[in-house]
Design a protein around this ligand. Sequence first.
Ligand SMILES: Cc1cc2nc3c(=O)[nH]c(=O)nc-3n(C[C@H](O)[C@H](O)[C@H](O)COP(=O)(O)OP(=O)(O)OC[C@H]3O[C@@H](n4cnc5c(N)ncnc54)[C@H](O)[C@@H]3O)c2cc1C
Length: 450
Amino acid sequence: MTKTIVAKRLPIDPGPAAWKQILPKQKRYPELNDNINTDWLIIGGGFAGLSAAKRICELTQDKVTLIEASEIASGPAGRNSGFMIDLPHELGSGSYQDTIERDKLHVKLNRYALDFALKASKEYEMPKEAADPVGRINSYVNKSGKNHNQEYSKHLDQLGEKYKDLSASNMKEVTGSDFYSGGLFLPGCLMLQPALYISKLAEGISNQYQSNFKLFENTPALEFQNNVNDWIVKTPKATIHTNKIIMAVNGHAESFGFYKRRLMHVFTYASMTRCLTDEEQKTLKGHKSWGITPSDPMGSTLRRITGIGGDRILIRNRWTFDPKMEVPIDRVKKFGNDQDESFKKRFPMIKDVNMEYRWGGRLCLSLNSVPAFGEVEKNIYSACCQNGIGTAKGTLAGIGAADLAAGINSEIVKDMQTYDQPKKLPPEPLSTIGARTVIKWREFKAKAEL
Ligand SMILES: Cc1cc2nc3c(=O)[nH]c(=O)nc-3n(C[C@H](O)[C@H](O)[C@H](O)COP(=O)(O)OP(=O)(O)OC[C@H]3O[C@@H](n4cnc5c(N)ncnc54)[C@H](O)[C@@H]3O)c2cc1C
């Protein structure tokens, strides 16, 4: 029986992908205008899609095609904060050996993803800032944040992980700001210039595998239809016959009707300053490059960056629950005011530096924090739902989906297959009211770190 799966929605990204805007023009790829046959079709050119592409090209000499609805690095992959985190955000209680063993396994798998990114950055001769293993600081500003960090460090001791306690004056030395009371330096985090990493990864794969890998931008998948032995995928101007599909579209899996009412679509927002002048940098002091996560994940994430795009500061905060996967553009502006406030609180000495870019971006979570992974229809494999930490988890999901589809029972596949399905959400309007209330409450509790 013929089955047709239609995309109900296509991605809409609010505001510019600043990380991409500050780069010199990167390689662009054609739109698909002619009908083609391929062995593998990857839908989505973010962390999951490109990692899957690299893995398949390493494993086989099959024809591999990747289609991206927008441009490479314009979607969430080029608009995130660039923390590729090795440690889980929340560690288990630590009182049970199996929890510790599971945390250890996840750290090991996350590090596999970080290693994949580092190796790719070397192999494709990316500039150092594309993927820099310089660590991050988990900061705090009050007693509850300090307690959280202390609890976290106790678990790290049990896992045998290294960290360093930073005092308020250490924090000032790094950031130039009096705002922070202290922090935990976590050395294993890989800091990305996400648009640079993703663009160079796409370019590297395209050059290395030019005989069998093709990438098309501005080519959304609109519909899948099963044929006798393959799938037919329609795009606006062409038709693709493919044996296997890897769906690497994160929350947009639900737009194709997969994981219906099991995925939570949230947006978070960010602003990036114009380039700081030499004078402003002298006034600010501190190091030229650092990354700070808040002890409460609802607080503000900050980066100071230096490199191809100049010396700048980025602030990300605020969350919204948007099951339609679209947000009004004036919300980006409204939350931009919060980012301005957060900037002024931390950097009163350069408070007049204005933001050059403001944007929002999509994330996909599940109620039980599990991925949407596996074969969802014959020869369609999902590498979706990265639960907000998709630089590492998306990389793993992409490699894992490629392994699964190629029949390789790798450690990633084994781990991915231990998870339950994403849990069903409560019916509407309960789930939207519930999710928005939880976000408001949690943002209120994290106010000091905004
Ligand atoms: C402001 C912000 C800050 C963040 N900070 C961090 C961070 O510091 N660290 C971290 O780990 N994560 C962070 N994230 C989350 C991270 O960006 C995502 O988890 C990650 O991008 C998910 O990777 P992915 O490859 O699964 O999906 P995506 O990066 O979303 O890629 C999926 C791609 O699929 C494409 N697509 C969708 N539908 C179709 C279709 N029908 N046809 C063709 N293509 C389609 C989209 O255009 C998109 O490019 C942040 C996100 C935001 C918005």
